[in-house]
Design a binder for this molecule. Structure first.
Ligand code: AOS
Ligand code: ZN
Ligand code: ZN
Length: 386
């Protein structure tokens, strides 16, 4: 059994967000850190460090226009030289003044056209570098009852998604992310998995839902959503992070490692862990006060630990207990796996991959943190949104 578990852990893939390496903060303050990347190229270099010490994070997601470059083929080639590849292309239709009343759901057709053109640009960028996924998150919504027609906004959304969907190439996917609220505080046009699912269902097989773990009302049972969407073949990706209150974007597994385990259990049960299953496991985090590269390393390790525990669930015993109606027995099987210390197992997996068993310590010893502080002087440091 542990051979299969170790093989599954060696094959696991987690995608890193370029924006996690830049400065970020809340609406109150951004605490700038020294050595932070000044360009998308430097973000890719930092992401490559995370892969170098974990061995399971070989792609970096880009955010357009934060990571806009003249030549994406060149950026992809550079990523290859660093030992990683480019991943999901994230669209950004939430930053311009034009989007005050919405982007694809704006009442203004000129604004809608601009937003859809950006989505099409993202599809084109992805296609140009052979990237499968384009991820769409819309901040669109309203702040006050009566501000706009909820129903008309759904029509505009459907129209924009349709045009984007039609532009997808062979093998490409449209990933639709939902979020309960923020920045809109009354209605959000894609507020929940049901809305995202309904739109994806209408669009067709290339449209799938993204679950950002920080985008639900407190108390929402996320693993239920995971199980449901997997069963329907409509789960495309995760944006992993953790939260205590709302969309906190803290390190995944920091606030609630048990929830992460429960999510990964549903993935394992559905046999959806391997990259071939088509679920993109991405991080979507902001490291406001902690150093960014070690925080990404820690996040990857947290996902690995939750996954290892999920892989250790004794499924035969679990099914037997479930079918016998043995409530406490089933729960005990589940909790036994969760309470296992999987760190020695993961250390072994890393050694089998030719890696240091302790990625955090190995990175700390490497001197990279000092090097970027010394090298990256001058220029505008890239941040969340820069
Ligand atoms: C926003 O809350 C979403 O999580 C998006 O995924 C967004 O594109 C990402 O957080 C970067 O800002
Ligand atoms: Zn997200
Ligand atoms: Zn978010």
């Amino acid at each position: 059994m542990t051979d299969a578990v170790r093989a599954a852990l060696r094959a696991q893939r987690i995608e890193l967000p370029s924006w996690a390496f830049g400065n970020s903060g809340t609406r109150f303050k951004v605490f700038a850190q020294r050595g932070v990347p000044r360009t998308p190229y430097e973000k890719v270099e930092d992401a490559a460090q995370v892969h170098r010490y974990t061995g399971v994070a070989p792609t970096v997601a880009l955010h357009i226009p934060w990571d806009k470059v003249d030549d994406y083929t060149d950026l992809a080639a550079f990523a290859g030289e660093c030992g990683v590849g480019l991943g999901t292309i994230n669209a950004n239709v939430f930053q311009d003044d034009d989007y005050m009343l919405g982007s694809v759901t704006s009442p203004d057709p000129v604004v809608r056209r601009k937003a859809v053109d950006h989505l099409l640009e993202c599809v084109e960028i992805a296609a140009g570098v052979g990237v499968r996924d384009v991820k769409l998150w819309f901040s669109d919504g309203t702040n006050y009852p009566g501000q706009d027609s909820i129903r008309a906004r759904q029509d505009r959304l459907a129209e924009a998604l349709r045009e984007t969907y039609e532009a997808l190439g062979e093998g490409q996917r449209l990933l639709l992310e939902y979020k309960l609220f923020e920045p809109a505080f009354y209605t959000t046009d894609v507020p929940d998995w049901g809305t995202a699912y309904a739109h994806c269902l209408r669009l067709g097989p290339k449209a799938q839902v993204v679950i950002d773990t920080g985008h639900h009302a407190p108390g929402t049972n996320i693993e239920f959503i995971v199980a449901f969407l997997l069963r329907e073949g409509k789960l495309g990706a995760f944006d992993f992070n953790s939260r205590f209150y709302a969309d906190d974007d803290l390190m995944v597994g920091a606030a609630d490692p048990f929830q992460l385990f429960r999510i990964m259990h549903e993935i394992v049960v559905a046999d959806a862990l391997a990259p071939e299953a088509g679920i993109a496991f991405m991080l979507d985090q902001c490291h406001n006060i902690e150093p960014k590269i070690p925080a990404q390393i820690r996040s990857v390790m947290n996902v690995q630990e939750a996954t290892a525990k999920a892989l250790l669930v004794d499924h035969r015993a679990l099914t037997e207990a479930q079918q016998a109606g043995d409530v406490l027995g089933a729960n005990a099987v589940f909790m036994d796996a969760y309470n296992t210390d999987v760190r020695p197992l993961l250390a072994q997996v890393r050694q089998e991959m030719g890696l240091d068993p302790d990625p955090v310590a190995a990175y700390a010893r490497s001197g990279y943190a000092d090097k970027i502080v010394a090298d990256r002087v001058g220029g505008q440091q890239a941040g969340w949104g820069a």
